[in-house]
Design a protein around this ligand. Sequence first.
Ligand code: CAO
Length: 482
Amino acid sequence: MAKKKPARAKSKAASRKVVKLASRKPAPKLKAKAAVKPKTNGNRLPKPSSKPFGKDGKALDGIRILDFTHVQSGPTCTQLLAWLGADVIKIERPGVGDITRGQLQDVPNVDSLYFTMLNHNKRSITLDSKSKQGMKVLERLVKNCDALVENFAPGALDRMGLTWERIHAWNPRMVVASVKGFGPGPYEECKVYENVAQCAGGSASTTGFRDGPPLVTGAQIGDSGTGLHLALGIVCALVQRNRTGRGQRVLTAMQDGVLNLCRVKLRDQQRLAHGPLNEYSQYGENIPFGEAVPRAGNDSGGGQPGWILKCKGWETDPDAYIYFITQAPVWEKICELIGKPEWKTDPEYAKPPARLPRLKHIFNTIEQWTTTKTKFEVMELCNAVDIPVGPILSMKELAEEPSLRATGTIVEVDHPTRGKYLSVGNPIKLSDSITEVTRSPLLGEHTNEILSKVLKFTPAEIAEIKASGATGEAPKAKMAAE
Ligand code: CAO
């Protein structure tokens, strides 16, 4: 801080000097072209397209991804890149493929929804990366792709022989992006799944009720959340490559990704040093705080108290609830709506600090009103007067919600062996890069196409690769000869 002050003072003085000089003699006439052209990226851009929005390709057109991902975290990332227009080539182990193809199968011998919903818009090539011919194909893939994305266990890529040094030597422009469970440190060698990350990243310790055990959440913040982080890292590395001409490594650790999403809880950890967290209902209940941020049940994580309240039908419908926020600016409207106009002026209720110790009583009173209405009626009545509330929507309700279908957030996809199924589409909407969700590939469906059309292997070379077994089961006689 101390260093910055003189710098500011200097720049003020400098600008004063400019004004003074300018007032003495007229500014020299500037050469039009040089003077009006600041050095920004904008000047290197082509002329704005004259095509209608949405008709000039996709955001990541021309980017090719070597997709070495499996399970959920990595595939989430590469699926997003594919939706944004990248050509994503998924490398899968011959005969096996991504393990999720066979996990949680609802229809026997058909790619699971777990797989299909995470691998849209990709092409699949089967390749044994540990064979000589497989490595030959991989080398050519590295030379023909812009980014390699992987989420193997720590060290697996190196054990295959695909070290950063080797990849960088083959293709110095390649971005190498990885998801790992932990960043460098005591746990970096550990394998990690979703819930491990939720626990290690601070989510589980801050989720659930104070008097209950830690809880994991339904949102896959460890896997899908980290995949999102990685996608942003890759796109940024590609943008930097436009300037530097070289690729770089991108690492997102699942622990880091979860912690990033738990940022407000680290905020609260530090606030604890200065006194109790008075927006937590435990404060109103006179329960002392410990050394670490407690689980806050359904308390709102922000400055406006909130809670989940029962609605009409809660006795039989497990989702007949609403999230109700007692936002300070609309407090008077809340009082009117729930039939407590006297709270508007009562000193025990009128101002937010006075309400904090009695939040439980306040929410119980609001709940007496919400239980007389369905969650959708509460939603309508509250939103009409600007009170923020949110119905607890079940997966069934979301799947059937017409507005989500209309925006492509829920899409129906047709699959050759499974038939029609629902998926979550691209949640990132770009006005000039429209997403069309296409089905996930069958195992090895594009092997021939990629070998010949993308990698330009000759028919003789393809025959040799196939005979070696590198892309799948090879004829027995030839296998023996290898
Ligand atoms: N050809 C030949 N071998 C291949 C191959 C191919 N096409 N694709 C993968 N393999 C090999 C790998 O080289 C590795 O072999 P080695 O162990 O001999 O080096 C092996 O398959 C298994 O890879 P893995 O260790 O990554 O897989 P796993 O099932 O044992 O572990 C997981 C899975 C997810 C725990 C681990 O990959 C991991 O920790 N990844 C990083 C964190 C992550 O992304 N977790 C989220 C997963 S989603 O919940």
